[in-house]
Design a protein around this ligand. Structure first.
Ligand code: NI
Length: 247
């Protein structure tokens, strides 16, 4: 059930029987020469909507722009600074709490969002702690690729060539869902992850010339994307059901 396609009486009726909501969050950032700029938002939304269908959960609209400052040296990337994303997230979580949701299951599509999402949860809890009250909302963060079954499948399909940015996995997922937008280009072997990480956008581009980190998206296919999506949805649906049942 997608929030955007509900009326308020429908949401009110939902809240009478369930208090969980799923929030997909992604990013709009370069994904190498063959990956869609929307990859992280598209994957998060796709998986979240399917988990919603599998569980009957309400799914909020995707937050499509994340914390992607390190991708800004590539055309088309958009970013919120961490403090902006934090403010957006806290207001969205407060909005859920205002209506009586008590559980928010965040399905994330971009590793660069994780620290800020966890900070948003802490911010919400700190407000309650400082006021001497109880947190209105319990939150959980899951990346769509983090369940054990998904990581095992990634390993089986791509091994180390999945990489850590513009991964074969995420590109396969978009190929499965949007086959008309499959892009092809000749790719050099990707730069391996540097031990010292990266800092700003210029530093990232200097280290990773075409935007990928260690990935070989030529291994992606719609069929492999379908398998990854099925694994992610099955695992996250089970986790969501357990999460809303927790005391
Ligand atoms: Ni990505």
């Amino acid at each position: 059930m997608q929030l955007a396609f509900c009326t308020w009486p429908e949401v009110e009726a939902y809240l009478g029987r369930a208090q969980g909501i799923i929030l997909p969050i992604g990013s709009t950032e370069q994904h190498g020469p063959t990956g869609l700029i929307g990859t992280d938002a598209l994957c998060a939304e796709l998986v979240a909507n399917a988990v919603g269908e599998a569980t009957g959960a309400l799914v909020a609209p995707v937050l499509p722009i994340g914390m992607a400052q390190h991708h800004m040296a590539f055309a088309g990337s958009l970013t919120l600074r961490p403090t902006t994303l934090l403010a957006v997230l806290v207001d969205v979580l407060r909005s859920f709490a205002r209506h009586g949701f008590t559980r928010c299951f965040v399905i994330n599509g971009h590793g660069g969002n994780m620290a800020t999402i966890m900070t948003a949860f802490s911010e919400l809890h700190a407000e309650a702690s400082l006021a001497g009250g109880a947190s209105p909302l319990r939150c959980r963060l899951r990346n769509w690729w983090s369940p054990q079954a998904v990581m095992a499948l990634q390993q089986e399909l791509f091994g180390a060539r999945d990489g850590s940015h513009a991964t074969a996995s995420e590109i396969a997922l978009t190929q499965h869902a949007w086959p008309d937008s499959i892009k092809r280009a000749a790719l050099e072997p990707a730069q391996a992850p540097s031990g010292s990480g990266f800092t700003d956008a210029a530093d990232f581009r200097a280290r990773y010339a075409d935007g990928r980190i260690g990935s070989d998206p030529s291994l992606a296919s719609p069929e492999r994307g379908a398998r990854l999506q099925a694994a992610a949805v099955a695992a996250l649906a089970e986790e969501y059901r357990a999460f809303v049942e927790e005391a």
